[in-house]
Design a protein around this ligand. Structure first.
Ligand SMILES: Cc1cc2nc3c(=O)[nH]c(=O)nc-3n(C[C@H](O)[C@H](O)[C@H](O)COP(=O)(O)OP(=O)(O)OC[C@H]3O[C@@H](n4cnc5c(N)ncnc54)[C@H](O)[C@@H]3O)c2cc1C
Length: 625
């Protein structure tokens, strides 16, 4: 059978899109990836609240497995600034903040964060490495029977005829074949061939920084960290400045991010051999070189930090689309890259599915809605990146001085020097610039005390990079300004409204925004309001009408879309699904709302205050607009 859709790229975004289209919305797809096997090299590790909500609603067993496999939240709620992991801590900050309780020692690890977020969301963010997520997605894709072909590369795309023609090359045999599809979705990452072939440009500055990342295991380091764990260790000492990410303390897995100034652009990994990386990791682990920290390196990667967004997310009259890194590249500060990509897939899947099922689809709005989100997220990530630089600046090892040094190294005179000389000059200059960091480990040093004070002032006042960004993760609305990335807002990005702190973030009902979460009971089962689009789903994703005024039932309207009556007391109806609020005081929002139209992705399409205006004609008029 010829499939209508090709997904080029089986990374986290392509595989999630494939599952949503075929497994959830019954639209057959082909997925290809040029790699023969999934990567083992970690990149993303933070899955935010909205991503987890999407998975919980549409792919609940995948969501459960992630929660089962992810590290316990008590192991990753802190960020630490230190001279080395086993040495002096300069400052430690609890990124969850006061709204999230620390669990009692006897607590089973899985639900502590879910419980605290109970009124905000039916799930929680997780610290879960991308390569493990991709493996899990791969097994769900296989189990659901999707056609996922590895070792197949898209080399050419032509959409000038009635169909989109693609040339696919088998990377092992070199054999080429031509196939035709109604739609091709480029989920093929930062260097997207689909994007190149559709002449869509990326806008934004060239690369911001080059980094080497090293995946390794160390039992000794993990055993030490287990006593006072953290997700990130920002390390500053005369031998190394970098960030250690504790991926899995039980298995001893870590990733070390090392900023390089500069890496040889032609051969970036040449300066970071296994032996060099081991030495640098030991220097980040322990200042005492005689202590033999075990280091087993699995892989060394190189990546360039960028801040660019595609000028459009579609081409060729909505027959070709981009999603994920193919459409945007953010600095990873805040962890938005993969999350935004999965949320692109969520926005695109229901539109494409409705189009293929023959329902009005608003394919036009995919680019219109998601592209501004990426532009705003770029600004947010840049602001976060700026905030990560505050501690190094306070320690007088600023990014700007390193950049100046990098500019010198790019002069012709420097480039003419033989490579060993260049390396010696670079490392001597870098070491000279950070020699004063020795004072951090000396309790009698006035400079050391001064540096400690400066760092604590920034970190404890939450002026450095944060981890949780509720207003941006779940508070944005399409067609409305994105929450402002001001310092004042970012200092408080981890706060959500609780009895103790009523001034934190609260979800509100707004057109274009995600429907706020409430616990409700439907047919005797406790679910979230976020689950409603999946509860009413019959293959073709459908809008639904949510009515909160029971008097509306007396009108006995026949609606063309599923109707849910959301009330405090159980009543009976043949025309509507009855859902009761679990907290009897609940309503959908502070202002009176009689009904709303819900999109298949759980975003609000329209709000009625006056129940008399909620008629089949009014609903159809909005759906046809
Ligand atoms: C160090 C680091 C840390 C990060 N941390 C986070 C984080 O905590 N949270 C977060 O959300 N994001 C994070 N990110 C970003 C995240 O890794 C990316 O946004 C994510 O990988 C994008 O997924 P994707 O599926 O769009 O693209 P990719 O993961 O790049 O996948 C693209 C796939 O397409 C395939 N492909 C490419 N070209 C072709 C072709 N021509 N034909 C067929 N197949 C092709 C590739 O083989 C690949 O499998 C981080 C990134 C880095 C570098």
């Amino acid at each position: 059978m010829r499939k209508p859709i090709l997904i080029a790229g089986g990374g986290p975004v392509g595989l999630t899109l494939g599952l949503l289209l075929e497994h959830v919305y019954k639209v057959p797809v082909d997925i290809i990836d040029r790699q023969l096997a999934p990567t083992h090299h970690p990149q993303a590790h933070f899955m935010n609240l909205r991503t987890m909500e999407i998975l919980k609603t549409h792919l609940p067993s995948l969501h459960e497995q992630i929660l089962d496999m992810a590290a316990p939240p008590s192991q990753w709620r802190d960020y630490v600034y230190c001279s080395c992991v086993m040495g002096q801590e300069l400052a430690r900050v609890d990124q969850f903040g006061p709204g999230i309780k620390a669990p009692p020692a006897s607590h089973g690890f899985r639900n502590e964060l879910c419980e605290s977020l109970h009124d905000l969301s039916p799930t929680q963010p997780v610290h879960f490495p991308q390569h493990k997520f991709e493996h899990l997605l791969g097994s769900f894709v296989a189990e659901a029977g999707l056609n996922f072909e590895r070792g197949i590369e898209l080399t050419c795309l032509d959409a000038n005829g009635p169909q989109v023609r693609v040339n696919l090359r088998n990377v092992q045999s070199g054999q080429e074949e031509v196939r035709e599809y109604d739609h091709v979705i480029g989920c093929d990452g930062a260097h997207s061939k689909v994007r190149q072939r559709t002449n869509i440009e990326m806008q934004g500055p060239p690369k911001l920084q080059s980094l080497v990342n090293v995946h390794f295991t160390s039992q000794k380091l993990s055993n030490h960290a287990k006593n006072s764990p953290a997700m990130l260790y920002f390390v500053f000492n005369p031998k190394i400045i970098g960030v250690l990410i504790a991926h899995d303390l039980a298995k001893g897995e870590w990733v070390f991010q090392i900023p390089c100034f500069p890496a040889d652009p032609k051969n970036p990994l040449s300066e970071y051999s296994k032996a060099t990386c081991e030495k640098l990791i030991r220097a980040a682990a322990n200042s005492d070189e005689s202590s033999s920290v075990d280091v087993d390196i699995h892989s060394i990667g190189y990546w360039e930090m960028q801040a660019q967004v595609a000028t459009s997310y579609d081409a060729f009259n909505k027959r070709v689309f981009l999603a994920g890194d193919a459409a945007h590249r953010f600095p990873p500060a805040g962890g938005f890259g993969m999350n935004t990509g999965i949320q692109d897939a969520h926005n695109l899947a229901w539109r494409l599915a409705r189009h293929i099922h023959g329902a009005p689809s608003q394919l036009n709005d995919y680019s219109k809605e998601r592209q501004p989100i990426a532009e705003a997220t770029t600004k947010l990530s840049m602001k976060n990146f700026e905030r990560t630089l505050r501690v190094p600046t306070a320690l007088h090892v600023s990014y700007t001085s390193a950049q100046h040094l990098m500019n010198v190294t790019q002069t012709t005179a420097f480039q003419l020097l033989p490579n060993p000389f260049r390396q010696t000059i670079m490392s001597t200059a870098m070491a000279a610039g950070s020699a004063h960091l020795r004072a951090v480990d000396d309790p009698t040093s006035t400079l050391g005390q001064h540096l400690h004070r400066r760092v604590r002032e920034i970190v404890l006042r939450r002026k450095a990079i944060g981890m949780l960004f509720y207003p941006w993760d779940i508070g944005y609305a399409y067609d409305k300004p994105f929450p402002e990335s001001s310092d004042e807002a970012l200092d408080q990005s981890h706060l959500f409204s609780t009895k103790e702190n009523p001034h934190g973030f609260t979800s509100i009902v707004q057109v274009g925004g995600r429907l706020p979460h409430h616990w409700i009971t439907v047919n005797g089962k406790v679910v979230s309001t976020l689950d409603l689009p999946q509860l009413v789903l019959k293959d073709c994703p459908s809008y639904s009408l949510l009515v909160t005024d029971p008097s509306w039932l007396e009108k006995k309207y026949t609606m063309e879309i599923p109707t849910v009556l959301l009330v405090n007391e159980e009543i009976s109806s043949n025309n509507a699904i009855i859902a009761t609020f679990n907290n009897k005081k609940n309503s959908l929002g502070d202002s009176p709302i009689s009904a709303l139209l819900l999109r298949p992705d759980g975003h609000v399409a329209f709000v009625w205050k006056n129940i008399d205006e909620v008629t089949p004609k009014a609903v159809n008029a909005i759906l046809e607009a």
